[in-house]
Design a protein around this ligand. Sequence first.
Ligand code: BG6
Length: 510
Amino acid sequence: MEQTSAWRNPLRNPKDKRLPRIAGPSGMVIFGVTGDLARKKLLPAIYDLANRGLLPAGFTLVGYGRRDWDKAQFGEYVKEAVQQRARTKFNEHVWQHLAQGIEFVEGAFDDAGFDHLSARLQELDTARGTGGNWAYYLSVPPEFFSNICHQLERVGMAASDEEAWRRVIIEKPFGHDQKSAHELNEIVNAVFPESSVFRIDHYLGKETVQNIMALRFANQIFEPMWNAHYIDHVQITMAEDIGLGGRAGYYDGIGAARDVIQNHLLQLLALVAMEEPSSFEPAALQAEKIKVLRATHPMHPLGKTTARGQYSAGWQGSQYVKGLREEEGFDPESTTETYAACTLEVNSRRWGGVPFYLRTGKRLGRRVTEIALVFKAAPHQPLDGGQTDDLGQNAVVIRVQPDEGVTMRFGSKVPGSTMEVRDVNMDFAYAQAFNEESPEAYERLILDALLDESSLFPTNEEVELSWEILDPIIEYWAKSGQPEKYAAGTWGPESADKMLRRRGHTWRRP
Ligand code: BG6
């Protein structure tokens, strides 16, 4: 099970940053390889890793599914996905090398299919030198997790041993509430020990999200003010301009809160609010996130501290777009929310009394994800009211995407013969500060899973705690009728603005 190549966890061993982290002999089986995620993210990420020289020479990618594809047909499918979506330039030589190890095994999630799969993986272990080290990527709806895990166990392909490792990588949604997540965890953990389970939250693979840890703990200037003494409130925004056309099967009945608040936004909250871990060992980091998630609860009453909406037709830029209920495949009476906002509190000495506002929505004004820590006013203002009329609240804004960086917002004297103070921004932009391009989140996470590096993967406990935070809100909404309508291209329902106004706050217009 030892990694054969020289590698180090870059979170733990910064001095080893010059050593490339190259995966040892291994292969990956993707279940759900014809799905959108595989085509748009996983297959391109695998190619990008190969192109960067980070996969072992005999890396083998096996697609498993019901298509009657042969190696060449699957190869074509992968190639197309790579050419359309890979981050790095297409290189025929790299592709030819990778393609030699691309295989398709036809089968259903039944006995015969898995017998066949197991036999083929064993042949490949010899032919390609994968050494029995397999990562199984479950890019399928959760109802299939049980069957796949049990079948892998039955054919003896799930257990790791002295010589070979077996890991499972699981895509969200991980359940639809705390109870179902717990049941799924039991099913998966009955077959794969927790140390072999890698639950994907692709936000943790983003450079700007990992940078939250660097920003907070590698520097001296931020941490002293990173608490309730100085911070008035925190706004975590994940706004998207895209609609939900083509995603009805997954999204209708799921909604924005389950889709991204339970995972991405609560992980962002955990990283922003947690205490400094004793190290960046996975267990130490996860322990801090668990502690903070345990202390996090919705503020009440939910009718005033939450908001939800559904987009109706409207102008998105210069394009007139449909409302959710007119999107193909959605129930014309759908009550699924496409916008969700909530107010959470973190009951700890550091954060007592500071509201954490989380919001996400589809078909909003523009695509932007950011975390804004908004400061209290200075305890005493020596300047006259009139001189500071244009001074807002100071803020540190972590710009997760698309314009990656960090902004500090504060007041500055307007040049001239009077004393007038106005807000200005001081910016750090990745694009200007670094020459390196950021890898895609999936590149980082797939490589980490192959290297048995689990720092950036939420544990079973984190997933369940996140559901526990969200469950009461979703239950409350289920009893509260229709979500409020908002026109596509706007910044969401009026109730979301009201939710903040009640506390004397306003959403940032990023
Ligand atoms: C996914 C959600 O997890 O994240 C999607 O299911 C969402 O609804 C996507 O569009 C956004 O990811 P990113 O990386 O583009 O911000």
